[in-house]
Design a protein around this ligand. Structure first.
Ligand code: ZN
Length: 316
């Protein structure tokens, strides 16, 4: 592949390539895709047809796979539309043309009620089982979801035009410990997540395991990088502090030396003063190690404070 594939299409590819084992889940995943990006046209009682549009070829293939698996014998047609301005941008349409059994398909996927009216979005009786809800969320993501590349930012969203659909979806996600926020646009609603833990959980819930590993991997590398940067900054700051302190100490000690004060120091402080002057780059800890006998970190710090106090009293 010449172009680098976005993380979002990688997730969709992965989700599109698996087929749920249970018939109930196959129907619910199809139901979600139909609701998210399908259109039912009713041209008279026996002229029902359904068209699903997507710009993602694997999603189109998945619709066909789901129809064939859950409704054997059902005919489908595919059209590829080339958008005029963006030559690379293809649109795939899967159409289920008028045929016997299509009305049943729409009822069994819950798009239509038993009596043939459009289903109330908040009626989730078909989604009683956990496996079906996961399949439904998978289908919804395939139909209308988008997730940004974790290298850039943490953002996952679904777009819908129906308030009831947004509420039902929000409730279902909340049930998996994934709270969503809503953004109202001109003629649609966007449900979105910005928390990396929640995005990671979502990928797990819908079974995008490969993508989940990739996501976690990138997340971990990013955290490590931030940690290393913080560490380096902290060390640089400490080093600057140490060097500044050493300069001040040496200046003070040289002053003391000029006034003959060094000779008046007790042996321990004199030793430290000489070490400081002779090893301007050493840290306090290193100076402590050079003493005879060696002195610990807090001991040497105490001695340095004593020494500095003496240099102050020597100042005129
Ligand atoms: Zn199921």
């Amino acid at each position: 592949m010449a172009e680098e594939q976005s993380f979002s299409s990688q997730v969709k590819d992965e989700l599109a390539h698996s087929l749920p084992e249970l018939g109930c889940c196959q129907r619910m995943e199809l139901a979600a895709i139909l609701r998210a990006s399908g259109r039912v046209s009713i041209g008279g009682a026996d002229r029902l047809s359904v068209t699903v549009s997507t710009d993602h070829a694997p999603v189109a293939r998945k619709v066909i796979k789901l129809v064939k698996a859950a409704f054997p014998g059902m005919q489908t047609e595919v059209r590829v539309l080339r958008r005029r301005r963006l030559r690379k941008n293809l649109m795939y349409q899967v159409r289920i043309p008028p045929q016997p059994g299509l009305l049943e398909l729409l009822k069994e996927t819950g798009v239509l009620t038993r009596s043939g009216t459009l289903t109330d979005w908040s009626n989730l009786s078909l989604l009683h089982h956990d496996h079906c809800r996961r399949a439904y969320l998978r289908g919804t993501f395939l139909g209308t979801g988008w997730v940004s590349s974790p290298e850039r930012q943490h953002h996952l969203e679904f777009t819908t035009t129906e308030t009831e659909a947004a509420e039902a979806l929000g409730q279902m996600l909340f049930g998996y410990g994934i709270p969503v926020r809503v953004n109202y646009r001109k003629d649609s609603m966007v449900l979105y997540l910005k928390d990396d833990d929640h995005i990671s959980r979502f990928l797990g819930v819908v079974g995008a395991n490969e993508s989940l590993f990739r996501y976690e991997d990138i997340r971990a590398k990013k955290e490590l990088r931030n940690h290393v940067n913080r560490q380096v900054n902290a060390e640089t700051a400490n080093l600057t502090k140490t060097v500044d302190a050493a300069h001040r100490q040496i200046e003070a000690l040289e002053q003391l030396s000029v006034t003959g004060g060094l000779a008046l120091l007790n042996p321990a402080l004199r030793e430290l003063a000489m070490l400081r002057i002779n090893h301007p780059d050493a840290s306090l800890k290193e100076l402590g190690e050079m003493c005879h006998p060696p002195v610990g970190k807090s001991g040497i710090a105490h001695r340095m404070r004593q020494l500095m106090a003496l240099t102050k009293t020597e100042e005129p």
